[in-house]
Structures are given as structure tokens and as C-alpha cells.
Design a protein around this ligand. Structure first.
Ligand code: 2BA
Length: 109
């Protein structure tokens, strides 16, 4: 068995959970925050048998879009505040960041 951990954008999360549940997969949705943008995103935990990993990853890939996002860097710590002009920087976020982990033991009691 594998645990798929997928970090996705909030905008795609509801559709993704719907698509997974519709196909008979179980998923847990966690509210999370990206370390870089410090904005909310969604982390899904999806436990599946090994042969189903590819199908689930395909569903995630089809459902989640990449989006460009502008980030305004913070004032450098200790730097001159008055002369600092923060220019927005564009980053490409998502579709999804996916980790596939081996599950040592799974029980539903
Ligand atoms: P954030 O950490 O908020 O990152 C959002 C986007 O900012 C990233 O998109 C990437 O395009 C950019 N970014 C992140 N760190 C950067 C850096 N040090 N320098 C320049 N640009 C940077 P994604 O790569 O698609 O990541 C989306 C979210 O997935 C991340 O949100 C984070 O919550 C999660 N994530 C990505 N890689 C991860 C990893 N190795 N471990 C744990 N979580 C990860």
C-alpha cells in the first residue's frame, strides 16, 4: 500500500476530492500553508493499493492547473527601508506537488 501526499492549490482542491471520491478513492483534505508564499494551500492524503498509484496521480494531474502568481518580496532584514522598492516577482505554482510513500501498516478499526 502507498500513501499519496498531494499539495494542491485551494482552487483545485474541491474538484480533485470530488473526482477521487467519484472514482471510489478515499481522501483526507488538510488545510496547509506554503512555506514560500505563506498562503493557504491544500494537502490531500490518499491511501491506495500499489497498482492504483498511477491512476490517482493521473487524476491529480488532470484536475490541478499551474498558475502564475506574483510575490512581493519582503524588505530585507536590517536593510535600508526607505530606499527599498519591492518589485513583484512571478512564480509558477502547481499543478501539484506529489509524494508517494510506502505504508508499513494500514488498519481501519
Ligand atoms: P510554497 O512553498 O508557497 O511555494 C509556492 C511556489 O513558489 C512554488 O510552487 C514555487 O514555484 C515557488 N517557490 C517555492 N520555493 C521557492 C524558492 N525557494 N525559490 C523560488 N521559488 C520558490 P510549487 O513548487 O508548485 O509548490 C507549491 C506548494 O507545494 C508549495 O507552496 C509547498 O506548500 C508545497 N511544496 C513544494 N515543494 C515541496 C517540498 N519539497 N516539500 C514540501 N512541500 C513542498
Amino acid at each position: 500500500m502507498k500513501l499519496i501526499v498531494a499539495v494542491v492549490q485551494d482552487k483545485d482542491a474541491a474538484r480533485l476530492v470530488e473526482a477521487l471520491v467519484e472514482k471510489g478513492y478515499r481522501a483526507t483534505k488538510l488545510a496547509s500553508t506554503g512555506g514560500f508564499l505563506k498562503e493557504g494551500n491544500t494537502t490531500l492524503l490518499i491511501g491506495v493499493d500499489d497498482p492504483q498509484v498511477k491512476t490517482v496521480v493521473d487524476v491529480v494531474e488532470k484536475t490541478c492547473q499551474s498558475r502564475r502568481q506574483l510575490v512581493t518580496p519582503l524588505t530585507p532584514v536590517g536593510g535600508p527601508v526607505d530606499s527599498y522598492v519591492p518589485f513583484p516577482v512571478e512564480v509558477m505554482v502547481g499543478g501539484a506537488t506529489i509524494f508517494v510513500l510506502n505504508v508499513e501498516r494500514f488498519e481501519r478499526v
